[in-house]
Design a protein around this ligand. Structure first.
Ligand code: SF4
Length: 476
């Protein structure tokens, strides 16, 4: 697709002219070599033991090279948090264990099936854009590891290439064209049946690594293209909370003044309360009265800066990862503490079937049990989060795990798992359809249930990749 060059409107240009850009010093340590060559700052050097470094070095250049799978990166702020928390350490610290089993998909969820142009995934009524391919630090369990490590990914047409980044001119041209066709066809795209593309998620990588001006350029261009809501997906409140500073907040305020009709949602990513709650000398969270737990100053200021702007919402979402936050107690503390300051608990996720996922994912039924236990004793508003697992068809909720047999239904002696399609990537009317399978406590992905399907209205186990696979099936 050839898109016309993007030229800012007068309104957009006035907004951009008022943006202040600062440079940030995250004191990032990139890769394992600063540890191996002893170039890292003296106090950070001990983050890896000699034995750990030897073990990781021995894997270099082999199929099990951990840096090939996912580049190692950490900010000083996160290193300091890690001093008092094994969960935080595990989140950023490379381990030889993670490449012991390299099973998994290079393109989890066959995302490329939904990529009409480079850097854009068009799913649901929402588009997701890769606007950058790195974050301030890198989570070892990241499900965008192929983007961050720059690996080749196979497209549905069989071609193989790195995932590219979205470009303003192409994306805004695509949105305008799609939405015009939808409007002229009674609210549905004439070929795909999709609705208006009304919401865009800036993702990557972490968009907050971009400068204020680059972020503002995306916001202004998307608003001018008719997008109704913009999301920013970020883990910066954990990795480098100072990024949410006065210049960034002033840019947001100016955007809201210029485009008051465009709503904004911050999809933040806290995995564990150790990322934002202060601790005393014994390692206990500090009570401030009325049951409130004290936030660390930098994370607290960043969160305050966002939630104090009543026109935007803050939503936390986090996978449940082995050895990091597979703890009902940690998740309970986190959900209470976030809601208390005005952030919503949006989703918890089962880990995706990325390459090496067996090192990180907890079984689906265990994840459900942990989240369910964590929500015992929470109020209704504190426990809004659902457990989601992303199927190729769309976002799916793990609704319930039962312990009793279904009377008269063979195979259900140990109970069932109920999945519900909450967002179908292709067709909104499929929402709400369910799938029931007999339990398998070891299943960490859907294929663990392939031999025990009881009822599959949602078609989770009868699925062909879209749209070429369907077209081919129809011809044959
Ligand atoms: S913040 Fe998100 S995109 Fe970045 S490394 Fe972590 S999981 Fe991946």
């Amino acid at each position: 697709m050839t898109a016309p060059k993007h030229t800012p409107t007068a309104r957009e240009q006035t907004f951009l002219d008022g943006v202040e850009n600062l440079r940030y010093d995250r004191q990032t340590v990139n890769g394992l070599s600063p540890f191996q060559d002893e170039n890292a700052p003296a106090d950070i050097l001990g983050f890896y033991s000699k034995e750990e470094l030897e073990e990781l070095s021995a894997l270099k250049g082999t199929r099990r090279d951990v840096e090939q799978r996912m580049p190692v990166k950490m900010t000083r702020h996160y290193f300091e948090l890690a001093q008092g928390s094994t969960a935080i350490q595990r989140l950023v610290k490379a381990s030889a264990d993670e490449t012991e089993n390299l099973e998994g998909s290079e393109d989890p969820g066959h995302q490329m099936d939904y990529s009409p142009l480079e850097g854009l995934l068009h799913k649901y009524e929402m588009g997701l854009m890769y606007v950058i391919s790195t974050c301030s630090a890198h989570c070892r369990f990241c499900y965008r590891e192929e983007l961050i490590s720059g690996r080749d990914v196979e497209r549905q047409d069989g071609t193989v290439a790195r995932k590219g980044l979205a470009q303003i001119s192409e994306v805004t041209h695509y949105i305008r064209t799609h939405n015009a066709l939808v409007a002229s066809n009674g609210g549905r795209h004439p070929e795909t049946g999709r609705e208006k593309l009304r919401e865009i998620l800036l993702s990557g990588g972490d968009p907050m690594v971009l400068s204020n001006l680059k972020l503002a350029a995306w916001l202004g261009a998307l608003a001018e293209a008719g997008v109704e809501a913009i999301r920013i997906g970020t883990k910066e409140l954990a990795f480098f909370p100072e990024r949410i500073d006065a210049t960034f907040l002033a840019m947001l305020d100016s955007f809201h003044e210029t485009y008051p009709h465009v709503s904004m949602r911050f999809m933040v990513h806290f995995n564990h309360p150790d990322e934002f709650l202060a601790k005393d000398d014994q390692g206990h969270y500090i009570e401030e009265g009325s049951g409130a737990l004290k936030w660390m100053p930098k994370a607290g200021a960043a969160m305050d800066g966002l939630v104090s702007r009543g026109w935007l919402s803050v939503e936390n979402q986090s996978p449940i990862i082995k050895g990091i936050n597979d703890s009902a107690d940690a998740l309970r503390v986190m959900q209470r503490a976030l809601k208390r300051v005005g952030a919503n608990n949006h989703y918890f996720f089962c880990g995706r079937d990325i390459v090496a996922h067996k090192a990180f994912n907890v079984p689906i039924e265990t994840a459900w049990q942990i989240l369910n236990d964590s929500q015992k004793g929470l109020s209704g508003v504190e426990s809004h989060a659902r457990l989601s697992i992303t199927h190729y068809k769309g976002k799916t909720e793990v609704v319930a795990v039962t312990n009793e047999p279904l009377a008269g239904v063979p195979g259900t002696e140990h109970g069932v798992v109920i999945f519900k399609l909450i967002r179908s990537a292709a067709d909104a009317p499929e929402r709400g359809q369910v799938c029931i399978v007999a339990r398998n406590p070891d299943a960490i992905w859907f294929d663990g249930y392939a031999d025990r399907i009881i009822y599959d209205e949602a078609g989770l186990f009868d699925y062909m990749r879209l749209p070429n696979a369907r077209a081919a099936a129809e011809v044959s």
